[in-house]
Design a protein around this ligand. Structure first.
Ligand SMILES: [Zn+2]
Ligand SMILES: [Zn+2]
Length: 172
């Protein structure tokens, strides 16, 4: 495994205006929590493809691509879910270009690659992390895993309290 790049000095690339470069790097995607559960990217050190263009005028246009898998609990059944995540992200940083053209990951022409990869990974996740799309989850009554218990798993419905009251009435 080669060197891990957490931050990248964009000036050091010595790009002239209008020039671009593609770099194959490795960066660390740190773990995070979602809805109180802990998740990690696997591998934690992930190979990324980074395209950097020095814009005419000034500043940089950046594009990041990588694939990693997410490991952590399924939100329905809490078993391990392993999800393949494709990440594609773009940033533009043009000094003096206003907030919209200022990337939070570029400071003093240094790119915080690890922070960007981490945020882009989280943003690329589906709204619900599931072990599989049709995960049946846990039974709301007894918490058994319905994927294993099968579709026939049911409980006697609790008696309706109104009927209980009726049965207390003496009818004779
Ligand atoms: Zn599940
Ligand atoms: Zn049950």
């Amino acid at each position: 495994m080669g060197a891990v790049t957490d931050t990248l000095d964009l000036v050091g690339l010595r790009l002239s205006a209008g020039e671009g470069r593609r770099l194959e790097l490795q960066t660390r995607v740190s773990g995070f929590s979602l809805g109180g559960e802990s998740y990690v990217a696997e591998p934690e050190v992930v190979p990324v493809l980074l395209d950097i263009s020095r814009m005419l005028g000034n500043g940089y246009a950046l594009s990041l691509r990588f694939a990693a898998s997410l490991a952590g609990p399924c939100v329905r059944c809490l078993k391990d879910a392993a999800l393949q995540v494709e990440v594609q992200a773009r940033e533009v940083d043009r000094p003096g270009g206003g907030e919209e053209l200022s990337s939070p990951y570029v400071q003093d022409e240094t790119l915080d690659l690890a922070a960007w990869a981490h945020d882009a990974f989280v943003l690329a996740l589906p709204t619900q992390v599931l072990c599989r799309a049709d995960c049946a989850g846990l039974c709301s009554v007894c918490a058994i895993d319905l994927n294993e218990a099968g579709p026939d798993h049911t409980h006697e419905r609790a008696p309706d309290p109104r009927w209980a009251k009726l049965s207390e009435l003496k009818l004779d």
